[in-house]
Structures are given as structure tokens and as C-alpha cells.
Design a protein around this ligand. Structure first.
Ligand SMILES: [Zn+2]
Length: 120
């Protein structure tokens, strides 16, 4: 499953951030998922739930936010979002479009629970 390796990469980021902030656990993760990223949000959430067991993100919930594909027309310079896979300019009809966003995964925010003051 493609999503499993994406989640493995996400957990490396989570563990690094948790160490950096001396956090005890990760409580929530918000992930922006481009509609052209090739990743299915539901499968990412399932993979996250499978992967988190026994990690510091065990209690965390993954929230995915769909990011639409944004393109720029090389012919007329217009920028717009496409919500289907018909790639031509809405303004001049040209098919020469540059994809600006919507092809990747991006961690938007991570919520951490930090150590309390009481000594262990
Ligand atoms: Zn155009």
C-alpha cells in the first residue's frame, strides 16, 4: 500500500518534532493532501491508525484536508483551480497548463503534549 510508506515518512517527522519539543505524545496531526498526490485520504487515515499503535502518536487522530489542484495557464497567465481531470484553461482554452499545487502531501500542523512539571 502506497499510503503505508507515506505514513512511515510522516511518523519520522512526528518523532523528530516530538523530540525537538520534548513532547510526551502527539495528540493530533493535520495533513494537506493534494488531489493529484496519488494518496487516498481514507487510506491514509487507515494506515495512520495501523501505524500509530505503540508509538508516541498512539492517541493521535489524523485529519486530512483535501487540497485542490491549482494551475497556471502558460498561454494567458490565468491561475485557477480545477476540480476534475479536464486540463484546459477556463479562460482561453489552451491546454498548456502548469500545475502549481495539489500534487503533494504537506503537514499543516502537529499538536503535541509536552512533559508536565512533576518529576518522573
Ligand atoms: Zn489561458
Amino acid at each position: 500500500m502506497h499510503e503505508m510508506s507515506l505514513i512511515a515518512g510522516l511518523f519520522e517527522i512526528l518523532e523528530e518534532k516530538a523530540r525537538e519539543h520534548k513532547a510526551r505524545s502527539v495528540t493530533a496531526v493535520r495533513l494537506r493532501v493534494g488531489t493529484l498526490s496519488g494518496a487516498v485520504p481514507e487510506l491514509l487515515e487507515t494506515a495512520f491508525d495501523m501505524y500509530k499503535k505503540g508509538t508516541l502518536a498512539e492517541k493521535a487522530a489524523l485529519v486530512t484536508i483535501a487540497v485542490p489542484v491549482k494551475v497556471r495557464c502558460r498561454a494567458c497567465g490565468s491561475e485557477f483551480e480545477v476540480d476534475d481531470y479536464v486540463f484546459h484553461c477556463q479562460f482561453c482554452g489552451a491546454a498548456d497548463l502548469e500545475i502549481l499545487s495539489g500534487t503533494d502531501l504537506l503537514v499543516e500542523s502537529i499538536e503535541l503534549e509536552t512533559e508536565d512539571e512533576t518529576p518522573a
